[in-house]
Design a binder for this molecule. Structure first.
Ligand code: NAD
Ligand code: LMR
Length: 332
């Protein structure tokens, strides 16, 4: 019999939480045979809504679910957690500067880091979704030194899936046959969606599309701006696609990427050649394969000059965010 896995979702009363919890309970994250203990965390003002979500999950009578804990107590939520999905955060309000949002969120992630390392299982796997996702994950990792660095990641799988979706739309090849796009860098509009190594139906995407102006222009900006486009269309940020991508991220990390394919994950750069020259210690999205519950950066991909400058630009933004976060923490 498979032992239950304890999954925590923070920000569980929010939009992504509402889309994600049912997917986890149906086995989309850990497979159809893995029983789940679900910990849902939110903050006191959202406590009633959180209880409502928990009531609905009970009412759905998911066979995989062994227990649901819905709480506004951080320590209780973190207890014994094997997979932590960090969705909770402070949203950008009208008139707020990037720095104001960053200040709120780095404070939250510093506090949650301590609770996770004290109360979660020692090999907890963490994926940070809340924006700024890469920098929140970096802060969490820095303030939870007992959690192995490689166990803290951030979500860029949504961007990766968006890139696959755009190639599929353009070529008519089903998305299941589009492989090996890459998201480099930050989960922000500076990210670099790269199709130089991608295939569709087994053929090179560059050759099949045969339109470099599109692939270097509109394709890149569409993927970079997709989050903003969803907000403009829905008046809320993406939720079902974010939730689905979280399940993809954790499933591939735990169960492995399919043979011959890679995915994109925000992970700590090792620096040097192994990190494609990205400064060591930045939380940067790379192409990765996963096996045995561990990710590895795909090595040896050829990088042309155009890619190099786009990869460096998004690294520069992450460096700026890191400096800003450190300054904000020092002033706390
Ligand atoms: P939402 O506002 O609907 O929900 C956020 C929830 O977090 C709220 O219920 C809020 O009460 C809760 N929260 C706030 N502070 C908390 C704390 N300290 N501890 C626990 N919970 C806390 O937002 P959403 O649409 O669900 O999006 C959540 C985050 O995910 C946002 O930051 C959004 O920008 C980000 N996002 C990231 C990606 C990605 O691909 N990385 C994609 C979509 C959205
Ligand atoms: C997304 O990519 O959909 C979100 O990160 C957008 C946002 O700002 O919440």
């Amino acid at each position: 019999m498979v032992s239950p896995v304890t999954v925590m979702i923070t920000g569980a009363a929010g939009q992504i939480g509402y889309a994600l919890a049912p997917q986890v309970c149906r086995g989309a994250m850990l497979g159809p045979d893995t029983p789940i203990i679900l910990h849902l965390l939110d903050i006191a003002p959202a406590e009633t809504a959180l209880k409502g979500v928990a009531m609905e999950l009970v009412d759905a009578a998911y066979p995989l679910v062994k227990k649901i804990v819905a709480t506004v107590n951080l320590e209780e939520a973190c207890k014994g957690v094997d997979v932590a999905v960090m969705v909770g955060g402070f949203p950008r309000g009208p008139g707020m500067e990037r720095k104001d949002v960053m200040a709120k969120n780095v404070a939250i992630y510093k506090g949650q880091a301590s609770a996770l390392q004290e109360h979660a299982s020692p090999d907890v796997k963490v994926v940070v979704v809340a924006n700024p996702a890469n920098t929140n994950a970096l802060i969490l990792s820095n303030y939870a030194p007992k959690i192995p660095k490689e166990n803290v990641t951030c979500l860029t799988r949504l961007d990766h899936n968006r890139a696959l979706g755009q190639v599929s739309e353009r070529t008519g090849v089903p998305v299941s046959d589009v492989k090996n796009c890459i998201i480099w860098g930050n989960h922000s509009s500076t990210q670099y969606p790269d199709v130089n190594h991608a295939t569709a139906g087994g053929k090179s995407v560059r050759e099949l599309v045969n339109d470099d102006e599109y692939l270097n222009g509109e394709f890149v900006t569409t993927v970079q701006q997709r989050g903003a486009a969803i907000i403009a269309a829905r008046k809320f940020s993406s939720a079902l696609s974010a939730a689905s991508s979280v399940c993809d991220h954790v499933r591939d990390w735990v169960h492995g990427t399919p043979e011959g394919t890679w995915t994109s994950m925000g992970v700590i750069s090792p620096g040097g050649d192994a990190g494609y020259g990205v400064e060591a210690g930045l939380m940067y999205s790379f192409p990765v394969t996963c096996a045995g519950g561990k990710w590895s950066i795909v090595q040896g991909l050829a990088i042309d000059d155009r890619s190099r400058s786009l990869m460096d630009a998004t690294a520069a933004e992450l460096k700026e965010e890191k400096t800003m976060a450190e300054e904000l923490i020092a002033a706390m």
